[in-house]
Write a protein that binds this ligand. Structure first.
Ligand code: SF4
Length: 270
């Protein structure tokens, strides 16, 4: 099967990379709401899902999407290491918007093998183990869930990190079977996000009020100081040159980690 076609198990519109690149160029002048509306028209509410970490950008997308499509699918990954405040916000979102949030969990057998072999806080020991943890707890559960959709939406913004500087508003997600990835806020600034949140009284994660600028798992996130890069609070013990990404949005990093995961499943040394 060609990697740039939606797999047969999924329904919904198929797109080729060239067609999406053309669309991405035309979407540069479009508002996020228009891009979300396009996604719902193309894929419907069953084949398009928002994947949310309940950070500020995700909250903007949830607010916008529920105004357009009240039964929007919302997925989130419970890594098992989330802050309590993230769990609390998930419930607040369910109450406020009347939506069902699909919670994705990592595979128990893999988490058991990984932590037994490397320790529960393996991520502090070396970058490769941190990436393994992110892969087991985030990338694999999301990959499984995305097999049920033809497109997904995320709150990536270009100004969040150098790794995100070229984020198109729509693209082919080669890491997930060539489905369509939609990033309606790609060209928004941090100020744009918070202006929307204040204007529309959107619920926000309480850790922002404690100095956090980017929020992930509890042991891997800390507040940032004035003037520091927003992503510097994530995996802060790693070299600044290391990509501050968990792998959800990085293309081409899966091969070597997949091999480590297979070794873990086989009970050997990773
Ligand atoms: Fe593991 Fe930390 Fe990645 Fe969460 S952010 S999956 S705890 S390494």
């Amino acid at each position: 099967m060609s990697s740039d076609a939606v797999p047969d198990a999924r329904s919904g519109r198929r797109f080729e990379a060239g067609e999406l690149a053309k669309l991405a160029r035309s979407f540069e002048s479009e508002r996020p709401e228009s891009i979300l509306r396009w996604a719902f028209e193309q894929f419907g509410s069953e084949q398009f899902a928002l994947v949310s970490s309940f950070q500020a950008e995700a909250m903007v997308l949830i607010d916008m999407a529920t105004r357009i499509q009240p039964d929007v699918r919302i997925m989130t990954i419970d890594t098992g290491r989330l802050p309590e405040t993230t769990q609390e916000l998930i419930d607040r979102v369910r109450d406020r918007y009347g939506v069902r949030v699909e919670i994705l969990y990592p595979e128990t057998r893999l988490v058991e093998a990984m932590t037994t072999q490397h320790g529960v806080n393996l991520f502090y020991r070396e970058a490769d183990l941190r990436k393994l943890c992110c892969h087991v707890r985030k990338v694999l559960p999301l990959g499984r869930a995305l097999q049920s959709v033809a497109a997904w939406g995320t709150g990536l913004r270009r100004s969040q990190a150098t790794t995100r500087a070229n984020t198109p508003k729509v693209s082919l997600d080669e890491n997930n079977g060539g489905i369509v990835k939609v990033c309606p806020l790609a060209d928004w600034s941090w100020d744009d996000v918070w202006q929307y949140i204040r204007t529309h009284n959107v619920p926000h994660h309480l850790l922002y009020d404690q100095g956090y600028a980017s929020i992930g798992c509890a042991p891997c996130t800390r507040p940032t100081q004035e003037g520091e890069d927003a992503r510097s609070g994530r995996w802060w013990w790693e070299e600044a040159t290391t990509h501050k990404e968990c792998g959800l949005h990085l293309a081409g990093v899966k091969g070597s980690i997949d091999r480590e995961v297979k070794t873990l499943m086989a009970g050997g040394e990773a």
